[in-house]
Design a protein around this ligand. Structure first.
Ligand code: ADP
Length: 228
């Protein structure tokens, strides 16, 4: 079942006299629960595509359709509610709030949404990610891998249907990168979350079920990966 789709998606940036087509006429769809990696060289438009699909940036042309509704029908406030409730985000730099403990960071999106925490669900993701003994620590007392696992729990806290990850292992050493990636993959499958992961690293991309390669803002291949 399709959850997210874009049609003829284009994003242009104008700098001085030059126009850069960061995303150039991309049409693609993602199924519920699938794990898809978007890969390609630096500057090929991966992050821009992720920002457009997740409504962090508005396209120059084309549509993004989430759950059969065009995002262009939503105003800014509705988009921020959509992002908070239906999308999760994991970034290379973890982006945790330094003043808060691990648990408070995880709870933040739930609190921002004015909801009562679902303790049972939160406990499940905390155990899944192996961070129970890290919850009372502030980010500065945690390793990179631990911080990213807290950030993944935070991204999952509101039970999103799509999780967007931009180079989530980019700041980690090989071993913790592999751990974080396999936890992300496992949690996505267990919870039925669609995972769209941007990476320039082919070793990371090959862990996905599907690999989309982009160059110069266009899709040059879209393959199912039997190993993924
Ligand atoms: P990638 O994630 O694959 O490294 P990006 O999506 O970051 O690629 O960038 C694609 C192209 O768009 C690059 O040429 C980049 O310089 C340009 N670009 C990205 N963001 C901006 C911006 N905010 N303003 C101007 N140009 C941008």
């Amino acid at each position: 079942m399709k959850i997210l789709e874009c049609t003829s998606l284009t994003k242009e940036y104008i700098s001085g006299e030059n126009t850069v087509k960061a995303v150039d006429d991309i049409s693609v769809s993602f199924d519920k629960g699938e794990f898809c990696a978007v890969t390609g060289p630096s500057g090929s438009g991966k992050s821009t595509l992720l920002h457009l699909l997740s409504s962090l940036e508005a396209p120059t042309a084309g549509d993004i359709i989430y759950n059969d509704v065009k995002l262009s029908n939503y105003n800014d406030n509705q988009l921020s509610i959509l992002r908070r409730r239906r999308f999760g985000f994991v970034f290379q730099a973890y982006n945790l709030v330094q003043e808060l403990t691990g648990y408070e960071n995880i709870l933040l999106p739930v609190m921002l949404d004015g909801k009562k925490p679902d303790e049972e669900y939160l406990n499940k993701i905390i155990d899944m990610l192996g961070i129970r003994d890290r919850l009372e620590h502030q980010p500065s007392a945690l390793s990179g891998g631990q911080q990213q696992r807290i950030a993944i729990a935070r991204a999952l806290a509101n039970k999103p249907s799509v999780l967007f990850a931009d180079e989530p292992t980019g700041n980690l050493d090989g071993k913790s990168g592999r751990e974080v990636l396999s936890l992300l993959k496992y949690a996505g499958k267990e919870l039925g979350v669609t995972l769209i992961l941007v990476t320039h690293d082919l070793h990371v991309a090959e862990q996905a079920e599907r690999v989309i390669t982009i160059e110069d803002g266009r899709i040059v291949s879209d393959t199912k990966n039997s190993e993924g």
